[in-house]
Design a protein around this ligand. Structure first.
Ligand code: HEC
Length: 138
């Protein structure tokens, strides 16, 4: 009996280690990219949220400081509201306020995801969706 518990405990320890070893990219793909596309969406009618490069462009316009941007996003993702939002009003009108991700993503995971999206998006060549360079990889 004791042995069994030991085995279960070590399996749990291994799998939780694996979880914490996930990269920002993997976590983003699991938790956020369902709504926030990382590329220019092919079919706009299926889009449920602004693509992440557009989101990050606006975040950086409002919060040029990385730490402030991260703490703003961390709060927003768990407690979103209309009056905090930095997204353009027409986006909010179209998509609604982002649903709180409380219970779906942990603060620990956000500590990994947020610096990654801050550094990665928008890609350097990005000049807004209109100009058609949203797909630029760098
Ligand atoms: C169920 C769909 C959905 C999921 C899942 C989702 N978002 Fe959002 N998100 C939205 C929508 C819709 C908006 C635009 C409206 C708004 O700003 O609230 C948005 C806006 C945002 C904004 C801009 C907030 C602002 O100030 O306006 C950030 C940053 C963001 N999301 C990050 C994330 C991250 C990181 C994740 C993953 C942990 C995530 N989102 C998961 C739908 C989603």
């Amino acid at each position: 009996m004791k042995n069994k518990i030991m085995i279960i405990a070590s399996i749990m320890a291994i799998s939780s280690n694996e979880l914490s070893a996930q990269t920002g990219e993997e976590l983003f793909n699991n938790k956020c990219s369902f709504c926030h596309s990382t590329s220019r969406p092919a079919d706009m009618s299926k889009v449920t949220a602004p693509a992440i490069m557009g989101v990050m462009r606006h975040i950086k316009m409002s919060y040029p400081d990385k730490d402030k941007a991260i703490s703003f996003m961390k709060d927003y993702i768990l407690n979103p509201s209309m009056d905090k939002a930095i997204c353009m009003p027409q986006k909010i009108k179209r998509f609604g306020v982002m649903p709180s991700q409380k219970g779906l993503v942990t603060e620990k995971e956000l500590d990994i995801i947020l610096p990654w999206i801050y550094d990665k998006f928008p890609p350097k060549s990005f000049r807004g969706m209109r100009e058609g360079r949203g797909m630029g990889q760098k």
